[in-house]
Design a protein around this ligand. Structure first.
Ligand code: COS
Length: 383
C-alpha cells in the first residue's frame, strides 16, 4: 500500500494550490457577494490544464489522472467552491466526450474544453420532475431523418449561461416502447444553437458565483452526428459520468472542509476568552479533533475511489461512499467552524458562513445522499 503522491500528482496539487492562494483567494468573498461568474479565473485554470485534468494529452488534456484531478479540485474548492463546481462539470464533460465520443466529437470538443475556447462545459440531465430519477425525464429527441429535434426542458444546469457545449439527455423512444432508463440517448449541443434557450439564473443559498439555470429546447435541430454513444444507451453514460463526478464533488466538499479547519485553528489560537486563547479549552479542542478526523476519513475514501478509477477498476460504490461521507462531513465541519467563530462565524467578514452555505449543496447535487446510500446498499446486496 502506497500513500505517497507521485511526481505528476504533487505537481498538479502544487500548481492548483499556488494559483488558488495567489489569484482566487483574494477574490472569493467578492465573487460570492456579487454572484460573479469567475470567467477570467476559469480561463486561467484552462491555461494550467485544470479544466481537463484527466483527459488524454492527445485531446488537449493534462492526462494527469483521476487522483490528480481529485487533488486539484480540493485545492480550488478550499478557496472558492463556486469556481470549483464550474471546473468540476467541465472536467466531467471532457471525460464523457473523451470516453464515449466519436473521433470527430472528441477532436471538436475536448481540446476546446481543455483550452477554455468553450469557456466551460455543461451537463444537462435533470428536469423539474426528474432529478434523482432521470429515467422519468420527458424531454424528447425526434429522428427527422437528417437531424435530431429536441423538445422539452432541463433544470439546475451548472454554468448554463456560459457553456460552449452541453451534454444533453433526451428520450428517443416513448415510455411504452422502451420504459424508464432504456429509452434515453445522449447528445452534444453547442451553446447558442437555435431553439436552445437558457433561462433565468437561480438565486441560490451558496456557490453564488456559479451560474445555475434552466434550459428550454423548442424544436432545437442538431445534426445526426450529435448523438453521443449508442442510441438508447444514454442512461448508462449518465451513470458512468456521475460515478466520476461524485469523486469531484467529494473533493469539493473536502476542500471546503479543509478551509473550515484551517480557519478555525487560526481563529481559535488568536481569539481569547477568560484570559486564554479559546484553543486552550477542551470544548474547542474536541471540535477541532473531530473536524480533522472526519476530514482525513473523507480524504481517504475519495482518494481510494479516484485510485480505483485511475486503474480502470470498478469504483461506483466507492465513489458513492466517498460522496455521502465527505459531503455530510463537510456540513458538520462547516457548522463547527461557524460555532468556533461565534458571532464572527455568522457575518460576512469571515469566510465560515460562506463555507457553510457552499457546503450545503454538496449533499444534494450529482446525486443526493439518499441516492448514494441506494447505490451502496444495492451493490452490497447484489454481491
Ligand atoms: N454504471 C454503469 N451502468 C449503470 C450504473 C453505473 N454506475 N448504474 C446503473 N447502471 C445501469 C444498470 O446496470 C442498468 O442496466 P440494464 O438496463 O442493462 O440492466 C441500467 O443502468 C438501469 O439501472 P437501474 O435499474 O439501477 O436504474 P434506476 O432507475 O433504478 O436508477 C439510480 C438507479 C437511483 C442509482 C440512478 O437513477 C441514480 O444515480 N440517480 C441519481 C441521479 C443523479 O445523480 N442526479 C443528479 C443529476 S446531476 S446534478
Amino acid at each position: 500500500m502506497e500513500f505517497e503522491l507521485n511526481e505528476t500528482q504533487s505537481m498538479v496539487q502544487r500548481a492548483a494550490r499556488d494559483f488558488a492562494t495567489r489569484v482566487i483567494r483574494p477574490q472569493a468573498a467578492e465573487i460570492d457577494r456579487s454572484e460573479r461568474f469567475p470567467r477570467e479565473i476559469l480561463a486561467e485554470l484552462a491555461g494550467l490544464g485544470l479544466l481537463a485534468v484527466n483527459v488524454p494529452e492527445s485531446l488537449g488534456g493534462a492526462g494527469a489522472g483521476a487522483v490528480a484531478y481529485a487533488l486539484a479540485m480540493q485545492e480550488i474548492s478550499a478557496v472558492c467552491a463556486s469556481t470549483a463546481v464550474a471546473m468540476a462539470v467541465t472536467n466531467m464533460v471532457g471525460e464523457v466526450i473523451a470516453t464515449f465520443g466519436t473521433d470527430t466529437q472528441k477532436v471538436e470538443h475536448c481540446p476546446r474544453l481543455a483550452d477554455g475556447t468553450h469557456t466551460v462545459g455543461a451537463f444537462a440531465l435533470s428536469e423539474t420532475g426528474a432529478g434523482s430519477d432521470p429515467g422519468g425525464m420527458v424531454t424528447t429527441a425526434r429522428d427527422e431523418g437528417d437531424a435530431w429535434v429536441l423538445d422539452g426542458s432541463k433544470q439546475w444546469i451548472t454554468s448554463a449561461a456560459y457553456a460552449g457545449v452541453f451534454v444533453v439527455w433526451a428520450r428517443t423512444a416513448s415510455q411504452a416502447e422502451r420504459p424508464g432508463t432504456r429509452g434515453i440517448s445522449c447528445f452534444l449541443v453547442p451553446g447558442g444553437t437555435p431553439g436552445l434557450t437558457v433561462g433565468k439564473a437561480e438565486d441560490k443559498m451558496g456557490i453564488r458565483g456559479s451560474n445555475t439555470a434552466p434550459l428550454a429546447f423548442d424544436a432545437c435541430r442538431i445534426p445526426k452526428a450529435a448523438l453521443l454513444g449508442d442510441l438508447h444507451g444514454g442512461f448508462k453514460i449518465a451513470m458512468m459520468a456521475l460515478d466520476g463526478g461524485r469523486i469531484g464533488i467529494s473533493s469539493q466538499a473536502i476542500g471546503i472542509a479543509r478551509a473550515c479547519l484551517e480557519e478555525s485553528l487560526s481563529y481559535a489560537k488568536d481569539r481569547r476568552a477568560f484570559d486564554r486563547p479559546i484553543a486552550d479549552y477542551q470544548a474547542i479542542q474536541w471540535k477541532l479533533a473531530d473536524m480533522k478526523t472526519e476530514l482525513d476519513a473523507a480524504n481517504l475514501l475519495a482518494l481510494r475511489a479516484a485510485w480505483l478509477k485511475e486503474r480502470g477498476l470498478p469504483f461506483s460504490r466507492e465513489a458513492s461512499m466517498a460522496k455521502v461521507f465527505a459531503t455530510e462531513a463537510a456540513n458538520r465541519i462547516a457548522n463547527h467552524a461557524v460555532q468556533i467563530h461565534g458571532g464572527y462565524g455568522y457575518i460576512r467578514e469571515f469566510a465560515a458562513e460562506r463555507h457553510l452555505r457552499d457546503a450545503r449543496v454538496t449533499t444534494i447535487y450529482e446525486g443526493t445522499s439518499e441516492i448514494q446510500r441506494v447505490v451502496i446498499a444495492r451493490s452490497l446486496l447484489s454481491g
